[in-house]
Design a protein around this ligand. Structure first.
Ligand code: ATP
Length: 270
């Protein structure tokens, strides 16, 4: 079915408030919200609206969240496609899927098209290919380039893509008129972590000893996804302990558990 080809969300509820910290990135990406809301203001003076921007940063830092928030803030539909879905795809399917996505996006414009893990499609051509593997990924990348070149900047479709490996991307993707803007999304500092904690503490019944500042200080190196995970774990731990609210001890144990999980993951990778 069509729905299985990619995801489309018509009414996005996520806003910039949901993506905590990331102040610089928000400042840059706000421009895209303006383009979507009021394209005429820019094109009237002869300017060309950019086709897209690349969000660059480590996993779990809120790239998807921020892309979605752009759609939410502008009140436009959000189409999403993950690069990793294209791995091991039958010949012709990837390219057809990209064409179909853009066709629907143009019909629903103004809108955002978000390509997660674009490095899975957009890896430099001819590199890192397994001997004997088909070149379907290359076909998919070519069809993406053709689509990007084929629509005009006033079509109202803006493409955001995310990667944690900008170094492996085919330079064709980064050329003017394609992803010629990069927005970096870094892991949060202590102030950012506190802001992210505050977002994820909101739905939790908290004991009065819970202090977001202290939690931020205890989680150096954590990305937003790990902080969300800590908050959820803490609530589950407190429930298991039959508590009426979630206290600092529960959070401490949740942090230890998440650190344990991260260490295990790193061990498997290395
Ligand atoms: P990946 O590269 O792994 O796809 P990503 O950068 O796209 O990661 P998201 O999918 O946006 O990360 O983040 C995962 C989850 O982590 C979010 O749904 C949210 O719950 C939480 N999160 C991440 N960053 C933030 C943030 N800045 N503020 C609030 N929550 C965050």
């Amino acid at each position: 079915s069509r729905a299985a080809l990619f995801d489309a969300e018509n009414k996005v509820k996520i806003t910039f408030n949901d993506a905590a910290g990331l102040e610089e990135a928000k400042e840059e990406i706000k421009e895209i919200v303006e383009f979507l809301k009021n394209p005429g203001k820019f094109t009237n003076l002869g300017g060309k609206i950019p086709k897209g921007a690349l969000l660059v940063g480590p996993p779990g830092t809120g790239k998807t969240l921020l892309a979605k928030a752009v759609a939410g803030e502008a009140g436009v539909p959000f189409f999403t496609l993950s690069g990793s879905d294209f791995v091991e795809m039958f010949v012709g399917v990837g390219a057809a899927r990209v064409r179909d996505l853009f066709k629907q996006a143009k019909e629903k414009a103004p809108c955002i098209v978000f390509i997660d893990e674009i490095d899975a499609i957009g890896r430099s051509r001819g590199k890192g290919q397994m001997p004997g593997s088909n070149d379907e990924r290359e076909n998919t990348l070519n069809s993406l380039l053709v689509e990007m070149d084929g629509f005009s900047t006033d079509s109202g479709v803006i493409i955001l893509a995310a990667t944690n490996r900008p170094d492996v991307l085919d330079s064709a993707l980064l050329r003017p008129g394609r992803f010629d803007r990069q927005i970096s999304i870094d892991k949060p500092d202590i102030v950012g972590r506190e802001a992210i904690f505050k977002v994820h503490l909101k739905p939790i019944k908290l004991h009065e000893d819970v202090d977001p500042k202290k939690l931020a200080a205890q989680t150096p190196g954590f990305a937003g996804a790990e902080i969300a995970n800590v908050c959820n774990e803490a609530a589950l731990i407190a429930a298991r302990r039959n508590k009426k609210s979630v206290d600092m001890q529960d959070f401490q144990d949740a942090i230890d558990r998440v650190i344990g999980g991260l260490e295990k993951k790193n061990k498997i990778i290395s």
